[in-house]
Design a protein around this ligand. Structure first.
Ligand code: UN1
Length: 509
């Protein structure tokens, strides 16, 4: 494996400053927390956090703006999102720079993240003319029964570092056309990306004459998020992050009868059947396991391989793993950037120690890289580990590039292993056998919210609903009819006859 040379923190600070200036955002100041870059692990700027009073004011302002915004026709609300999409196109390169600087993503994936934002804006603009309700056949003469969809209220978006901009846009673009207003509490690890996104949306709002407070950004720590979780004026809390976080957010929002939409951990697996096209499978597996340095919630974490092809596949994967270029994510040759922090690296190595104690064997990778060049950064070789059981550590999500390899003899056994984890986000099967593929996609197959054939677990398009089952939280975001989570429905019965006919044939008076 090769390592590519790193830029200095001063270079990165200058590049961040240029990107912020192009977008039109003031470089932040403050000393509550720091904007850091995982590329060197060092600090770029000090940042001020929102105070309790800022949070209070933001919720009040977003609630007031909601009262105006909900009355604006949805296609006109779409104009705001269309304008945001145009600004994102204009600033793709600057925004991708900030994503690379703060999240450590390689350039191509950072540009892909911005593309995903543009795509959801386009989708949401179309949606603004398609918030359809149904007309239902009434059992009574002279009656019409209908379902209408109305805006819900203030939506709190709590997002994670790994998709610092795209996950915000999935929620915000859809919530805005649905007539909601948004308060965003991003990860503390990505304040610059957040300031840039907020600024572009503010600019779009100003240009199309939408209320300024349709969107408010709250930078801050966990306490800032907790205030939103507990605030009865927040109608929906859409939270992306760990299962541990979701386990706190879900019950707290439910206790006040608020709504929550949870996108939590994944422990995604792929089954590789004997008939699989191995050239395609190897490419797909490496991207899914190693892309974003293993820090996507859709990252491939378990490979369940048929015993007959395990030797060949492992050999090919080992060869691919030993050639991965690791290092500067701005270098076009790099495929693996840094982990977000040395804490994440420690968690990865701790998981490896635990799995080895349970008999796991490292097949490739696992060494730290560039520790001398950047002691505060966290570069590592992705790891391929052979295991013969799904021990506790394999059943957990470690947010790092570890791929556990298991073998199977029958498809039934493979599906049982596949589903035998607490999480249920994304899954795939590599096979040329249609019967196997259909069984995997059937009710008795994968128990995940995303189930794929001959494509990896990560890199979903925005057109489909995104989310998962079990400890992944059950929420659906992005495409398909995920918009319904951001609205409330009302059932209307309209009597246009002159008779009062009671339902179920009840007679009264
Ligand atoms: C996430 O990791 O939180 O499917 C989202 C994918 C991306 C989104 C991942 N489109 O990998």
């Amino acid at each position: 494996m090769t390592s590519t040379a790193l830029p200095t923190t001063d270079d990165l600070r200058a590049r961040a400053r240029t990107a912020l200036e192009h977008i039109g955002v003031c470089v932040p100041g403050g000393n509550d927390f720091e904007a850091r870059t995982p590329i060197t692990g060092e600090s770029l700027f000090g940042v001020a956090a929102a105070t309790d009073a800022d949070s209070e004011q933001a919720v009040a302002a977003a609630r007031a703006a909601f009262l105006t915004w909900r009355a604006m026709p949805a296609p006109r609300r779409g104009e705001l999102v269309r304008r945001l999409g145009v600004l994102l196109r204009e600033h793709s390169s600057d925004l991708a720079d900030l994503v690379t600087i703060e999240a450590g993503k390689i350039r191509s994936e950072a540009l892909g993240e911005v593309r995903e934002m543009i795509d959801i804006c386009d989708f949401a603009v179309g949606l603004s003319r398609q918030l359809y309700g149904r007309t239902i056949a009434s059992e009574r003469p002279g009656h019409r029964l209908a379902e209408t969809w109305h805006p819900l209220g203030v939506v709190a978006v709590i997002s994670a570092f790994n998709f610092p901009a795209a996950v915000w846009s999935w929620n915000t673009a859809v919530a805005l056309v649905c007539g909601d207003t948004v308060i965003w509490k991003p990860s503390e690890l990505t304040p610059l990306v957040s300031l840039a996104c907020d600024h572009l949306l503010c600019r779009a709002a100003n240009e199309v004459g939408a209320p300024r407070d349709v969107h408010r950004l709250l930078l801050g720590d966990r306490a800032a998020g907790e205030r939103l979780v507990d605030d009865p004026r927040v109608a929906l809390v859409s939270a992306t992050g760990s299962t541990r976080m979701g386990r706190e957010v879900g019950p707290r929002v439910a206790a006040r009868f608020g709504r929550s939409l949870l996108e939590l951990g994944g422990n995604n697996a792929a089954i590789v059947a004997p008939s699989a096209d191995l050239d395609l499978a190897v490419q797909a597996i490496v991207f899914a396991a190693v892309g974003t340095a293993g820090q996507r919630c859709t990252t491939l974490r378990r490979l369940i391989v048929h015993r007959d092809i395990a030797g060949t596949l492992i050999e090919r994967l080992t060869a691919a793993y030993t050639k991965l270029p690791i290092g500067n994510p701005f270098d076009d040759a790099t495929l693996v950037g840094p982990l977000i922090s040395t804490t994440a690296l420690d968690a990865m190595y701790h998981a490896l120690t635990r799995v080895q104690a349970r008999g796991g064997t490292i097949l490739a990778g696992g060494n730290r890289r560039l520790a001398e060049a950047a002691p505060a950064a966290a570069y590592t070789e992705p790891v391929l580990v052979c295991v013969d059981e799904q021990s506790d550590v394999v059943r957990e999500e470690t947010f790092a590039p570890i791929l556990y390899v298991l073998t199977y003899d029958t498809l039934h056994e493979a599906i049982a292993l596949h589903n035998d984890v607490p999480q249920g986000l994304s899954s795939s099967i590599f096979t040329r056998d249609q019967q196997e593929a259909e069984i995997f996609l059937s009710a008795a197959g994968s128990d995940c919210g995303i189930a794929n054939v001959n494509i990896g677990t990560s890199g979903a398009e925005i057109g489909g609903a995104f989310g998962g089952e079990k400890e992944t939280g059950g929420g659906r975001e992005s495409g398909s009819d995920a918009w319904k989570s951001y609205m409330r429905s009302a059932t209307n019965t309209i009597n246009y006859s002159s008779e009062l006919a009671l339902a179920q044939g009840v007679s009264f008076l």
